[in-house]
Write a protein that binds this ligand. Structure first.
Ligand SMILES: O=P(O)(O)OC[C@H]1O[C@H](OP(=O)(O)OP(=O)(O)O)[C@H](O)[C@@H]1O
Ligand code: HPA
Ligand SMILES: [Mg+2]
Length: 184
């Protein structure tokens, strides 16, 4: 699937499949080096982080475990409500574990800031964040992020796990939507 398959819904491609792949390879290299000799637990945040988790994890040379949480702050809209709900909690006890939260995007920062404090109360040896995308100018709270793929402008983006009203997650690239998609 490429941009032309999107018909008129897509405004432009922000990050191509190749750019994403190259950056994830670099991030995996840093993570491999930083966590060498440690037992790492990757925590993916459903649903948006599915693609990042799958592609980042496959580039790591460390023996990792993977677990998932589902939290929601957006519902079907395009701005964060600020109210974070746990829809599915971890199956893993974090006591003494090195935890790396894997996310698709940090926008207002409200979701990750909340999640970071929540996981830090669970006795982990360390809790860090890896995110593919971050919107620095949209931050409502500052979040201490260890690994960032790309800083992007304050525009609503879709693809590579990111949705608008649950659609577009399966695009292999990250793009912006044409305004008519929001108003129709
Ligand atoms: O920094 P914030 O403004 O809090 O936004 C970031 C969060 O919003 C999105 O999740 P969403 O709640 O849309 O759930 P989803 O992953 O299932 O789409 C995204 O995947 C992040 O988790
Ligand atoms: O720009 C975005 N796109 C899709 N989902 C999101 N969740 C937070 N920001 C975004
Ligand atoms: Mg969403």
């Amino acid at each position: 699937m490429d941009a032309s398959d999107m018909g008129t819904d897509l405004e432009r491609v922000l990050l191509s499949e190749q750019q994403i792949a190259d950056r994830l390879t670099e991030m995996a290299g840093e993570i491999d080096a930083d966590y060498a000799g440690r037992d790492l637990l990757l925590v993916g945040v459903l649903k948006g982080a599915v693609m990042v988790m799958a592609d980042l994890a496959r580039r790591l040379h460390l023996p990792v475990e993977m677990d998932w949480m589902a939290v929601s702050s957006y519902g079907a809209g395009t701005s964060s409500s600020g109210v974070v709900r746990i829809l599915k909690d971890l199956d893993t006890d974090l006591t003494g574990r090195h935890v790396l939260i894997v996310e698709d995007i940090i926008d207002s920062g409200l979701t990750l800031s909340w999640l970071l404090s929540n996981l830090r109360t669970r006795g982990a040896a360390s809790v860090e964040i890896a995110t593919l995308l971050r919107k620095p100018e949209a931050a409502k709270v500052e979040v201490d992020v260890r690994y960032v793929g790309f800083d992007i402008p304050t525009e609503f983006v879709v693809g590579y796990g990111l949705d608008y009203a649950e659609k577009y997650r399966n695009l292999p690239f990250v793009g912006t939507l044409a305004p008519h998609v929001y108003s129709d």
